[in-house]
Structures are given as C-alpha cells and as structure tokens.
Write a protein that binds this ligand. Structure first.
Ligand code: ZN
Length: 457
C-alpha cells in the first residue's frame, strides 16, 4: 500500500459520478494510502499539511474509466486489409491464421499496447478475455500471466478473464481447431489461474474471471462447470451474447430457444456475470437479464465496425441493468480509447433512439460507474471517501477544445477524444503530463512492431 498523501486542489470541475450526479467547481480530492480521504470544493483547511499538492486549475477530474471488454492480443491484426470490410464470422476466419501464431511474448507486447492506450484515455481498470492458447505455447496459465505482468508494468488494474472454446474439441477438421480445448483442461487451468493471480480483497490490482466465449462455441459441461467454479471460488463470469443475428438462428436450431434463454438454462443469468455485446435482444431478454442481475459490456465501435447492429442500451438502462462500455478487441475497433467509446455510445444510441437522446453524462456514467458495477467492483467507478484513488484528469486545451468552456464535461464526450493529462491508479500517478510514467510509450510500440513483423508479415 502507498504511504503518502496527495492533494489535488482547485479543480476546474470535479465529477464524483455518485448517485446524485453532483458536479463541483473549485474541487479538491485528498488521496491517502491509495484511497480517497476527502473530497469537496473550496479550501480543505488543515488537512492540506504534509500533502504533496497538485495544482488542479484547468483540469476536469473524473473517476478512472473502466473498460469491460477487450481481447488485447488482437492488436497484432489491427487494420488487417483482408479483415477490414467483412462481418464477424468472416472477420474471425480471416484473423484466425495469424492468431494461432501468438505466444507469451506476443501476449505481453499486445497487452502493453492495449493497456497503455487505455490508460492514456483515462481508463484505470480493464478487463480482458484471452482465448487463444496455441499448442506451441505453455497454455493458459503463462499466457494470462503475461498480460497480468503487462498490467503490472504500467500500473493499471486488470480483470483478466480466461476465455475458452470447447465445442469440437479433438476434431482437427473444425474451423480454428488450434483454439479448441478439452473441457476438463480448461476448468483445471481456470482453477490454477485463480490460485495464482486472483486477489479477492478490496482495492485488488489483479482479478481473474471465467470467460468461456459463448453458448455457440462452448459445451453445456463447460458453461455449467464455470458456474460451479465461480460459486466456489468467488470469481465473476463473462461471456459474449447476441452479437449477431446468426447466433439466435444457431440457438433456435440447436436448443430451440434464444441465446439469453440458453444462458439462463445453463445457470448464467442469475450469477455475478457481465456479457459482451447483447445487441440482438427483445423485451423478454432484457427483463430476464435485469431480473437476474446480469450486466452488459456495450461495445459500440466494434458493433458498428463489424456491422453487427445497435443494441437497445436505453432499454437496458431503463430496465435497471448495469451497462458498462468496452472497446472490444483491437482488430474490430481499431482504437482502444475509452473516451472515444463513450462518444460512439452516445452517437449510436441517438441513431437508434431519436425519440430519447442519450446525454453526454449518461455515456460518461456507463464509462465509469456502469463499468465498475458490471465488473462487480464496489471500490472503483466513482469518487467518494474510502473508494480507491483511481482518478482521470483532463485538461481541455487547444483548438479541439475551444468553446468547451460552455460545458467542459460534455465537451470531453462530444468533442475529439482527448488524451488524459494525468491518471492516478491507487493513489499513484501512472500518467503525468500525457506521458506514461513507468514505461516509454515508444518502447512499447517498438516491441509490438517486432511482434507484428514476426506474426503477420
Ligand atoms: Zn469479444
């Protein structure tokens, strides 16, 4: 734990993202031992003594943003020409041959790129779903271990979920056979990952989740086994659902029901779970998810990039569901900027629902408090006494921000996605003056370049 006190004072705008939506001007945040010790506006008084003081003038302070869905390793095939203009299934088939070449070094290098990019956009916690463990690697434990190490190198929180596909295991003729594992081996490695890396404590920097890829590619035994393991070990569940219409067609043909009904049948909807995409839902699906407490990782850029569709986000929010934002894998976005994702969420929602326009503050709430709720973390996602000191600070400046003085906070979402000025995680600055403090950004990009050269070219 950090034993230091930092005071950020005279903030232009302080947005705690609490339940009351209050925004403070001339704000201060006192950070003690990695947590928020005091928050308010004006002068803090005697508690200023002994603190390292940061001048907050001109800065907007937000809770650190939370990314709820990603596949870090996919940065290797960003902007791949053959996968630029195709929908999900063809996109996957085009990418697979490259993804079967990844290894621990590739996972580490791609995770550093993905996480650095997120941090520079003000994101302080990211989940990931890693499901590519080619036979030439050491398997899931060292591969997930590599992304955990990458997160540690940068100082960002990670909720690493162990992805998996087991339909067709042992059949070398099926598509992407290299990625298909045996059910028992998957569950065994999930157990090992929890034992090695999962920290259940408040303020944890590393958590593990169980992320079988979805009901069309995972067996009933795996889906049920994950529920049992999650219950016995106290970890969360993650999967994809209803991303494309073809998934509903598959579920109708194989199970005689809709994807959400299938997940409910397997015991997934009422567990601590968050599901990526949830594009093609009907009212009954939403009611079922809301009643079970299932949360959603909304990935607007990816859904648009792959032509997957526009999810009923306002309906989910109105139904009382927790909705966070996800940049999704970098080969289907192809950016990892969470502020840009909030902007995409707002614009996409307005296309779908011109009768009820999503506001900038609603989009920002999904990017912060909504994401924390989706990941089942009560210790992050808003700024309040006792919560983790994860703070994103933005300095609107230059021509891109000219005019934002009308509403600086809305400007962050409506305007060009900005680079964070400073980012604090657990009370430590991991971005300062727009630069990573622990690793050279150029070195990360160069290391990644070598991986792309090896794997793609
Ligand atoms: Zn995904």
């Amino acid at each position: 734990m950090v034993e230091s006190t930092t005071l950020i004072e005279h903030l232009e705008r302080l947005v705690p993202m609490g339940p009351d939506d209050a925004e403070l001007s001339d704000g201060y945040v006192l950070v003690q031992d990695g947590r928020i010790g005091a928050i308010g506006s004006g002068e803090i008084g005697s508690r200023r003594e002994g603190a390292t003081v940061v001048d907050g003038r001109g800065l907007i302070a937000l809770p650190g943003l939370v990314n709820t869905h990603h596949h870090f390793f996919q940065t290797v095939t960003r902007a791949l020409p053959a996968a630029q203009n195709v929908r999900l299934l063809e996109w996957e088939a085009t990418n697979y041959p490259y993804w079967t070449r990844i290894d621990e070094e590739a996972v580490y290098a791609t995770a550093q790129v993905a996480l650095a990019e997120l941090l520079l956009s003000g994101c302080t916690t990211s989940s990931d779903q890693l499901y590519a463990f080619p036979k030439h690697t050491g398997g899931a434990v060292p591969m997930v271990g590599a992304e955990v190490e990458a997160a540690k190198s940068l100082g960002i929180r990670i909720q690493a979920t162990r992805g998996a596909v087991d339909v067709g295991a042992g059949d070398p003729t099926v598509r992407a056979a290299e990625f298909i594992e045996h059910t028992d081996a998957i569950l065994d490695s999930m157990q090992s990952l929890i034992a090695q890396f999962h920290d259940p404590s408040e303020g944890a920097m590393v958590r593990i989740g169980l992320g079988p890829n979805g009901v069309t590619v995972c067996t009933e035994a795996l889906m049920r086994g994950c529920v049992e393991l999650a219950r016995s070990s106290g970890v969360t569940l993650h999967t994809h659902v209803a991303e494309i219409p073809e998934e509903a067609e598959y579920c109708a043909a194989h199970f005689g029901m809709r994807p959400i009904e299938r997940l409910a049948e397997l015991g997934w909807v009422s567990e601590p779970v968050w599901m990526a995409h949830a594009v093609h839902l009907n009212d009954a699906d939403i009611a079922m998810m809301a009643a079970g407490g299932a949360a959603v990782a909304h990935c607007p850029s990816s859904n648009m990039r792959l032509g997957s569709g526009a999810p009923p986000v306002l309906e989910m929010l109105d139904g009382g569901m927790d909705v966070g934002l996800g940049v999704d894998g970098s080969a289907s976005n192809d950016a990892g900027n969470l502020l840009a994702e909030a902007r995409a969420a707002l614009l996409m929602s307005r296309l779908r629902r011109p009768d009820k326009l999503m506001t900038a503050r609603q989009a920002l709430r999904m990017a912060t408090a909504g994401g924390a709720a989706a990941l089942k973390r009560g210790d992050i996602g808003s700024l309040a006494i006792g919560k983790q000191a994860d703070i994103a600070l933005f300095r609107p400046s230059g021509v891109a921000a000219a005019g934002f003085e009308n509403d600086p906070l809305a400007g962050l979402i409506l305007g060009s996605p900005a680079r964070a000025a400073h980012v604090m995680v657990q009370g430590r600055f991991v971005v300062r003056d727009g630069r990573l403090t622990r690793v050279e950004e150029d070195a990360i990009a160069e290391r990644h370049q070598a991986v792309v050269a090896r794997i793609v070219h």
